[in-house]
Design a protein around this ligand. Structure first.
Ligand SMILES: [Ca+2]
Ligand SMILES: [Ca+2]
Ligand SMILES: [Ca+2]
Ligand SMILES: [Ca+2]
Length: 250
């Protein structure tokens, strides 16, 4: 009987040691975060299980979304270790260095680069790939930057009698203030989409100066266009180039 228990204990011990090394990558401090990830991704100490010495290992902190660099209980989203204006949460997503303010050393901080949609990992003002996805049932526009779901804005799309078409489009024209002849109203920050007489723009302005209410956002009340609120419309207009992909889903 004792023999069986002995083998059982040996078996359990072997189990408890194997999962952390499941990927067989070197892990000097045995904290479950491989050396190469500590060095290249998280910039934690590969020789210390607990880089910030707060009693929680690097792995525990990362698993639960906390900063392994800050000894206070601060999440990655609320910590900006290098003070470059981009939280550690976004640094990990955009694969920038979370302890160096200017990853590519071109004089422009990571936070400014992401804000301007330029590549923070390549010197110079190289634009990052972007795409806009609109889901009509959710009345929501998602701004994807470099494959990262970066921002979401409420929209107002076409009412049932004048629905917004679904499909894959490209931005083919931009105008700071476009005039809609059929409806007799101004459409600020206009971004026209191909094979369709419609586009994305700010809440429209009637010739008498009346602005369609922000309370329309989230409700499909437009003539087919995708209306954005004051702020988000300019934000996207300033960053989106002609040729940008726009996908519209039901
Ligand atoms: Ca480690
Ligand atoms: Ca820690
Ligand atoms: Ca950084
Ligand atoms: Ca830079």
């Amino acid at each position: 009987m004792w023999r069986r228990s002995f083998y059982l204990i040996v078996f359990l011990l072997s189990l408890s040691f194997s999962p952390a090394l499941a990927n067989n990558l070197p892990d000097q401090d045995s904290d479950g975060v491989p050396d190469q990830d500590e060095i290249n991704i998280y910039h934690t100490d590969p020789y210390s299980r607990d880089t910030d010495q707060d009693g929680y290992s690097d792995r525990e902190e990362l698993l639960h979304g906390f900063s392994p660099h800050n000894s206070k209980p601060v999440t990655l989203a609320d910590n900006d270790q290098d003070g470059d204006g981009l939280s550690d949460f976004w640094e990990l997503r955009f694969k920038t260095n979370l302890v160096v303010a200017d990853t590519d050393g071109d004089g422009i901080n990571d936070g400014q680069e992401i804000e301007a949609a330029t590549n923070p990992r390549e010197a110079g003002k190289v634009k990052l790939p972007m795409r806009l996805d609109i889901v009509l049932s959710r009345q929501e526009l998602t701004y994807w930057l470099d494959g990262v779901k970066f921002k979401q804005f409420p929209v107002s799309t076409g009412k049932p009698s004048t629905p917004t078409p679904t499909g894959h489009f490209k931005v083919v024209a931009k105008s700071l203030k476009a005039w809609s002849k059929p409806y007799g109203l101004w459409m600020p920050y206009w971004m026209g989409l191909d094979h369709g007489q419609f586009g994305i723009h700010e809440l429209p302005i009637w010739p008498n100066g009346y602005r369609e209410g922000a309370n329309h956002l989230g409700k499909p009340v437009s003539h087919g266009c995708i209306r954005l609120g004051i702020g988000p419309a300019k934000y996207l207009y300033d960053r989106v180039d002609i040729g940008t992909e726009v996908n519209i889903y039901k």
